[in-house]
Ligand binder design. Structure first.
Ligand code: PEP
Length: 287
């Protein structure tokens, strides 16, 4: 049974001082349960400091990599190989703030599903593991297109992966309307989509991949909302933005039961039909 996965996305935040203070806060946290993997994503400039100073039961993750590969005449780029050369073995791809910047802010990257899948493939090729972010905007949800959007984003990635690559993929379901808004998806809303994604993996990839792939939830996760989300049988972790910049990140990790694996196993046994019964019919909870 894979461990619960908690990622902290610092986004474009932090001074030398604030990152040093955050690292010191994290280092002072009680030991994490053995049932959890923790990674943090500082800006590329802060990665070196965090790697050198953060305690070793947390790994460092890039927020983005280049669509170029290797080393060479690529001014301003940070390729997967540059990161792995520094021992950074995780990256996010497809975060909504990169997918949608052009539409929302009239500048930036406007990454589409093809670009995201290309970056995912490059990261894997360089030996990294990848947190692939997917999710719908509010108008998609309101028009009943949540699963269409998620599956389109996933299918583009799947088309570039070999079966064995899936062991280095974590899927982050992050409804865009819940990111940075303070409004988390309800446990029911999140669980429905997670179950549908698992069912999609089962049909489109394999039963084994569906069982082993962590599907994590992101969107305004807070210490107060984490426990009910952890209870959901298809939620295998969190991607945390705002709260990863404070001691709340530790509070969220503390909410994960030390025997998470056993509890999840028992839950799955009791609820053997959950994957089959929920989701892919497109009937999702109303807002
Ligand atoms: C994120 O940046 O991926 C995120 C989920 O942010 P927040 O927790 O602030 O909504």
């Amino acid at each position: 049974m894979p461990k619960f996965f908690v990622g902290g996305n610092f986004k474009c935040n932090g001074t030398r001082e604030s990152i040093a203070s955050l690292v010191s806060t994290f280092n002072g946290a009680p030991a994490f349960p053995p049932s959890v993997d923790v990674v943090v994503s500082p800006t590329a400039l802060h990665i070196g400091y965090v790697q050198d100073n953060l305690r070793k039961d947390m790994s460092v993750c890039a927020q983005n990599i280049s669509t170029d590969a290797g080393f060479g005449a690529m001014t301003g780029e940070l390729t997967a190989e540059v990161f792995t050369g520094f021992g950074v073995n995780w990256t996010l791809t497809g975060h909504s703030e990169r997918r949608r910047r052009l539409q929302q802010r009239k500048r930036g990257h406007d990454e589409n599903s093809d670009g995201v899948s290309e970056k995912t493939q490059l990261a894997l090729k360089a030996g990294m593991s990848v947190v692939v972010c997917i999710g719908e905007v509010l108008s998609d949800r309101e028009s009943g297109k949540t699963l269409d959007v998620c599956f389109e984003q996933l299918a583009a990635v799947k088309d570039k992966l070999l079966l064995e690559d899936w062991s280095r993929i974590v899927i982050a379901y992050e409804p865009v309307w819940a990111i940075g808004t303070g409004v988390s998806a309800s446990p029911q809303q999140a669980q429905e989509v997670h179950a549908a994604i698992r069912k999609w993996l089962m049909t489109e990839v394999s039963a084994d991949v569906a069982e082993q792939t962590r599907i994590i939830y992101g969107g305004s996760v807070k210490p107060a909302t984490a426990p009910a989300l952890i209870e959901c049988v298809d939620i295998d972790g969190f991607l945390v933005g705002g709260c990863s910049l404070t001691a709340d990140f530790i509070e969220i990790i503390k909410a994960i039961p030390a025997d998470f694996d056993e509890q999840r196993r028992a839950h799955l046994k009791a609820d053997a039909n959950s994957i089959q019964s929920i989701g892919a019919d497109g009937k999702l909870a109303k807002m």
